[in-house]
Design a protein around this ligand. Structure first.
Ligand code: AMP
Length: 275
């Protein structure tokens, strides 16, 4: 496994690989990330991983400074998972003085997370486009955990004719259902115990949907009840949308996706489930 901090060195090494899978991450890796790396390795023969906590996708009052980081441990895990190339730039490598170009995706990027976190998806689209240009992978792997991010990436890849295939991988969960996330380590013991309620709320919506419920108000209320009873009342959104547009439809379509964003103390948790 080779590790690079500069664009030039990475590009020089990249030429040795005819096909390459790519997994962009913000580090502090867990089984969710490693599943993507293993799948990318299996499907492409070689895999590149980037580790970069992208300042441009964090709002001024968000957790950029406190986002957990442990590059040494990440590199050991990536070696074990079979990564071939790792790109580990510092912010000044990717954002040179005077750089101001940003990608504005519109549409699907304007709903939900786009409302709660203004500028977030523009920051994501800008950095992922840069990483695609540097890494030039045949396929790139993203987690369904960040469902709206996957839709945003598919949108700008199509709109900008970027020659990469986007592969979306299932959500890796803890034994109690909590979606794995780098931020989970920042949960207090008490909130860690409450956190599986997100998965339970999604399961409740899925159960009602399977029974034929298509009233979005009913599905949303059912999720809220589960969260509030579990002691997680600070709900950013608990909703059901069309999985293609991320728009709320009443009644919901068969192509429905339940999504949650909930604050547990200092930590904002997100999760989702196709219904
Ligand atoms: P992050 O480091 O949080 O930016 O995540 C990097 C990639 O890993 C993104 O495509 C995420 O959607 C994906 N990912 C994060 N957590 C999970 C998870 N629990 N299951 C599957 N993929 C995940």
């Amino acid at each position: 496994m080779q590790v690079f901090e500069t664009i030039g060195a990475f590009r020089a090494a990249r030429t040795a690989y005819p096909t390459l899978g790519f997994v962009p991450t913000m580090g502090f890796l867990h089984e969710g990330h490693l599943g993507l790396v293993r799948q990318a390795k299996a499907e492409n023969g070689a895999v590149a991983v980037s580790i970069f906590v992208n300042p441009k996708q964090f709002g001024p009052n968000e957790d950029y400074a406190s986002y957990p980081r442990d590059p040494e441990r990440d590199l050991a895990l990536l070696k074990e998972a079979g990564a071939d190339l790792v790109f580990l730039p510092t912010p000044d490598v990717l954002y040179r003085p005077g750089s101001g170009t940003r990608i504005d995706v519109g549409g699907v990027a304007e709903e939900l997370e786009g409302q709660s976190r203004p500028g977030h998806f523009s920051g994501v689209a800008t950095v992922v486009t840069k990483l695609f240009n540097i890494v030039q992978p045949q396929r790139a792997y993203f987690g369904q955990k960040d469902a709206q991010q996957c839709a945003v990436v598919r949108r700008f890849v199509a709109d900008l004719d970027i020659p990469v295939e986007i592969v979306v991988c299932d959500i890796a969960r803890e034994a109690d259902g909590l979606a794995r996330s780098s931020r989970n380590v920042r949960l207090t013991t008490e909130n860690r115990q409450k956190a599986p309620a997100l998965f339970q709320a999604l399961q409740e919506a899925a159960r009602l949907f399977r029974r034929g419920e298509r009233d979005v108000d009913v599905l949303e209320n059912a999720m809220r009840v589960v969260l509030i009873e579990a002691g997680l009342p600070d709900i950013d959104y608990a909703t059901v949308v069309n999985a293609d547009t991320f728009r709320r439809e009443q009644p919901c379509s068969d192509n429905a996706l339940a999504l949650l964003a909930v604050r547990a103390g200092e930590v904002r948790l997100i999760d989702n489930m196709p219904l």
